[in-house]
Design a protein around this ligand. Structure first.
Ligand code: F6R
Ligand code: ZN
Length: 184
């Protein structure tokens, strides 16, 4: 007789919806992102309750060597001319890397080293992003649809948001039908 076969959680590749496992959702609203966008006046004019992104994480064991799996759904929108983006972070354990996979929508992954060197990767359905150790990361939605990306990272990595209080050195603004990258 066959042994019992475990049915694992599922991700719907087209939407990023996770199912079949315990799920923890965190919604980040505009009110929780002061000082993230360049145009502070435009941020004040926005609806503080507006959801900017949701992160769904599968409940799974934690500890050295254990991995978390989650999906970020970053909504389309702007604050002034600047696109909606995640807060962005270094890992508290700086040596821990991460992998992002684009699922739907279009956008950018902004990567920045501790020395302040920044670069951008294009995020589209199927893109694979290997975030090296010691590298801060932020998603930016440059499109008109939700940008969804699957992430896999060490449960011990943690988040360090404070180290980026000065912000990232690149910013991305709407320009015509596309986007414009500015140093700032
Ligand atoms: C985990 C990770 C993602 C982000 C998520 C939200 O290490 O990189 O799950 O946490 O995209 O972004 P932050 O955490 O910057 O608000
Ligand atoms: Zn991370």
């Amino acid at each position: 007789m066959n042994p019992d076969i475990f049915l694992p959680p599922q991700v719907a590749w087209a939407t990023g919806a996770l199912a079949g496992g315990p799920l923890i959702r965190k919604t980040t609203r505009l009110a929780e992102l002061p000082d993230v966008f360049t145009d502070g006046e435009a941020w004040k004019r926005g609806n503080p309750q507006q959801g900017v992104y949701d992160v769904d994480v599968l409940g799974s064991p934690v500890g050295e060597g254990a991995l978390f799996v989650g999906v970020t759904h970053l909504y389309a929108g702007n604050v002034g001319d600047e696109f909606f983006m995640t807060r962005g972070h270094f890992h508290a354990r700086r040596e821990q890397g991460e992998v992002y996979f684009g699922l739907r929508g279009v956008g950018l992954l902004l990567l920045q080293t501790e020395a302040g060197d920044a670069r951008l990767e294009q995020v589209t359905a199927g893109s694979v992003h290997i975030i090296p150790p010691f590298t801060a990361h932020r998603l930016i939605n440059t499109g008109t649809e939700t940008l969804s990306a699957l992430a896999v990272w060490p449960s011990v990595a943690g988040h360090d948001y404070a180290a980026l209080a000065e912000g990232f050195s690149l910013r991305v603004f709407a320009s015509g039908q596309g986007f414009e990258v500015r140093h700032g």
